[in-house]
Write a protein that binds this ligand. Structure first.
Ligand code: C2E
Ligand code: MG
Ligand code: MG
Ligand code: MG
Length: 278
């Protein structure tokens, strides 16, 4: 029985099962070496303008290219890294790699493209966080305006004043700020009142679940409208169907990120896609 279940578990592979196969202790023993050995790979998922259907940016998403286990998805290790604090190292690694890429692309004469990087709320505990990011952009001589920092709502769940202060300083340096997974937790609407946010990313789960119902559609519609009134841009996450595209375009959502248009891909593939588009 158990053997059979194990076999079918391997056959019907998914993130959940993988997280049981890849043992937490193993991950913690290996993560430092893995970072040194450059086993963490950055993928980029393009963001498309709903009107032009052209690529207007991308999100950096990490994967672990494990020497024996193959590619491990972030849902398997990021929650653990959130617990043990290693996520802050990963985020800064991704951030630096994106700074390097931006510089490289600028030197190649490419048109500037905003790349977003996920940032854990744990960075708020680090007093040097803002200056670390700023000096990194100085080191690679790039404009902060082409980097977007994605913060989840949970960043603002405790010590709101401190979170506001940090985001205000990041904003003043020139970084773009996005609220990730918007609508998935806490009271989102209120926090938009005082915050320096450029973009709201409407949560995939929330959106998928509700988008098919009339009430759900009205909620998404009012998020888009409210954002517009506040001069905040909107990205719909997890757009998978033509029907979703049509609905979101109709209600004036600005950008789409989802499998309908493109999945996360290695950076070289992303560049090839850009070249193909141009
Ligand atoms: P996220 O930041 O909300 O990223 C979007 C996730 O949605 C990505 O999952 C992406 O592959 C997935 N996605 C995009 N479009 C679709 C779609 O049409 N259908 C479906 N089913 N999924 C779609 P991914 O790459 O597995 O990342 C999962 C989460 O891991 C991210 O969610 C983010 O919270 C976290 N993560 C990834 N990289 C980093 C990182 O460098 N730092 C931090 N702190 N977290 C990261
Ligand atoms: Mg995934
Ligand atoms: Mg994100
Ligand atoms: Mg998200």
């Amino acid at each position: 029985m158990i053997k059979g279940r194990y076999e079918s578990a391997c056959f019907f592979y998914n993130d959940d099962i993988r997280s049981r196969i890849v043992n937490d202790n193993e991950i913690e023993n290996e993560m430092h070496e893995a970072l040194k050995n450059k086993e963490f790979k950055i993928f980029l998922q393009p963001k498309f303008d709903f009107k032009t259907e052209k690529i207007v940016g991308a999100e950096a998403l990490i994967r672990w290219q494990h020497p024996r286990k193959g590619i491990i998805e972030p849902n398997v290790f990021i929650p653990l890294f959130e617990k043990n604090g290693f996520v802050t190292k990963i985020d800064l690694y991704v951030f630096e790699e994106i700074c390097k890429k931006q510089k490289e692309w600028e030197d190649e004469g490419r048109k500037p493209l905003i790349i977003s990087v996920n940032m854990s709320r744990l960075h708020l505990n680090n007093p040097a966080y803002v200056s670390t990011l700023e000096s990194m952009t100085e080191k690679y001589d790039i404009s902060p305006e082409i980097i977007e920092l994605e913060l989840t709502e949970s960043t603002f769940s405790e010590n709101l004043e401190h979170a506001f202060d940090v985001t205000r300083r990041l904003h003043n340096i020139g970084f773009r700020l996005a609220i990730d997974d918007f609508g998935s937790a806490y009271s989102s609407f209120n926090m938009l009142k005082d915050i320096f946010i450029d973009v709201v990313k409407i949560d995939r789960e929330f959106f998928n679940e509700i988008a098919s119902t009339i009430r759900g559609k009205k909620i998404v519609k009012s998020i888009v409208k409210m954002a517009k009134d506040l001069a905040i841009e909107t990205v719909a996450e997890g757009v998978e169907t033509k029907a979703q595209v049509e609905f979101l375009r109709k209600i004036g959502c600005d950008m789409a990120q989802g499998f309908y248009y493109a999945k996360p891909m290695p950076i070289s593939d992303f560049v090839a896609l850009l070249d193909q588009e141009a």
